[in-house]
Design a protein around this ligand. Structure first.
Ligand SMILES: [Zn+2]
Length: 470
């Protein structure tokens, strides 16, 4: 984790994606957890998915499978294989498939039951040798009587991956019973948090299965529900207002109302690191950091600074991550650039023009590093087309967007962003990305010039350096 985004916040990780064409899978059954023992035990059924020609099923590598059963079209225990070549970027998962023949063909029953269990380390004190060397979104963290599980990278539930389309089905409909004998609160993304040791959650729409259980306070305000934030009443109101101002800004900027109740979760960081990292599991936003880098202290001290920028970035993922369907790994990447850009626009709306200008010049040094290898946004095909995700996602892309705005003006930039958010075509679709831009520019020569300077070719950085200093 590097501390060098525009306003010097920590890096922010992946958002959820949706796919308009395929059915979202349903997950049902029971998951038992002990926050004291660090255990997860599951008996769950995966169903309602589209037929996939080539697939893998990802599951966290710390979870051991007892068995997998086909429920439909026939009922029998399945033999399974592991695919070691497949992995999420962060290597938490193992991928499974069911061999149809000895030659590597696969088959996929239409309904599957998984039984599995895992035991994970529990961190309950601050002795340094009880910490991990690093912590990240997909890490399964039992700490201080709490468990946090993201729904994309940790894959604590069996998660289908469409190999042909590079699409992971992490948005699921769910009908899940969560049992935690040593918890007092249970929260599954998309439902209301529950006081109790047992809860039955049924989703109203497909959601990333972020789970947060343990013993914590639930604080409800008008726009925000805060879990484990330990806000005073005044802080809660202030925090609620800060979120409201951002969603008002984003709704106006995009012309799309923000229709979800926001949940903020204060989780801990299992690494002895200063600072925090945050991630979005829409409509839940999670801050992982230990005091004094927790939600309460950070918010209090940085109400007008870095942390406000973090909130704006995360809430922007409602648009670039939820509203906008996306269907591949590249979409996740491009969403980070737009979320960062919208956070920048929010900061500018607060009169922070000079801070942002300086911030852009500061981050340009990372894209100017000779070791940074990349293809421009108009040519990039996959994640192997660059060698530093942080620099590409949060620095290079936002510099490109900021330069395009300088060239075409704020009004046209806003129109372009609005047109990118309409319909189901992914923003990462290059034809859509460029044709929408061409349309708002409404001048073929100017469009070609912008395309040649910032979206293709080998000189994008030269033009970025010139334009951001103007
Ligand atoms: Zn993000």
């Amino acid at each position: 984790m590097k501390k060098r985004i525009l306003l010097s916040i920590l890096s922010l990780l992946i958002c959820g994606i949706t796919n308009g064409q395929n059915k979202m899978p349903k997950i049902s059954g029971t998951v038992k957890i002990s926050v004291e023992e660090g255990t997860i035990e599951a008996n769950v059924t995966l169903s309602d998915y589209s037929h996939l020609n080539d697939y893998l099923i990802r599951l966290n590598s710390g979870l051991n499978i007892l068995n997998i059963e086909s429920l439909e079209p026939n009922n029998f225990l399945l033999g399974f294989q592991r695919e070691f070549a497949d992995s999420l970027r962060t290597y938490e998962t193992i991928s499974y498939y069911f061999p149809a023949t000895d030659r590597g063909e696969k088959f996929l029953p239409s309904k599957l039951k998984f039984r599995y269990a895992g035991k994970f380390p529990v961190i309950n004190d601050t002795i340094s040798n009880h910490y991990q060397t690093k912590d990240w979104k997909g890490n399964i963290v039992f700490m201080n009587g709490l468990l946090r599980l993201d729904g994309v990278q940790s894959t604590w539930l069996p998660t289908l991956y469409d190999v042909d389309n590079d699409y992971q089905y992490d948005l699921m409909n769910y009908d899940l019973e969560i049992v935690c004998k040593d918890c007092q609160q249970i929260y599954l993304n998309g439902c209301k948090p529950i006081n109790g040791q047992k809860a039955h959650f049924t989703s109203k729409s497909p959601k990333e299965a972020f789970l947060f259980v343990g013993n914590y306070q639930i604080q409800k305000a008008k726009y925000v529900t805060a879990l484990n934030a330990k806000f005073s009443e005044t802080q809660l109101i202030e925090f609620d207002n800060a979120n409201k101002k951002i969603i008002d800004f984003l709704s106006t900027y995009t012309n799309i109302p923000y229709n979800e109740k926001i949940h903020w979760v204060q989780a801990y960081m299992s690494a002895k690191d200063t600072g925090y990292f945050a991630f979005a599991s829409n409509p839940t936003f999670v801050l992982c950091g230990n005091p004094p880098s927790d939600l309460k202290t950070t918010f209090n001290e940085q109400l007008t600074g870095d942390f406000l920028f973090t909130i704006a970035h995360e809430l922007s993922h409602y648009y670039f991550g939820t509203i906008k369907p996306c269907n591949n790994t590249m979409e996740i990447l491009i969403n980070e650039g737009f979320a960062e850009f919208l956070a920048m626009k929010y900061a500018i709306s607060l009169g922070m023009d000079e801070t942002i200008k300086t911030g852009l010049i500061n981050i340009s040094k990372y894209v100017n590093d000779d070791n940074f290898i990349f293809k421009p946004m108009g040519e990039i095909q996959n994640l192997s087309d660059f060698n530093n995700r942080q620099t590409y996602a949060y620095e290079y892309q936002v510099l490109v967007l900021a330069c395009i705005e300088k060239e075409i003006g704020e009004d046209k930039m806003q129109k372009w962003i609005r047109s990118l958010l309409i319909g189901e075509t992914p923003v990462s679709n290059k034809e859509f990305f460029q044709s929408t831009l061409k349309k708002v520019i409404n001048n073929d020569n100017q469009f070609e010039s912008i395309k040649n300077k910032y979206l293709i070719g080998s000189e994008t950085i030269k033009y970025i350096n010139e334009t951001i200093r103007k």
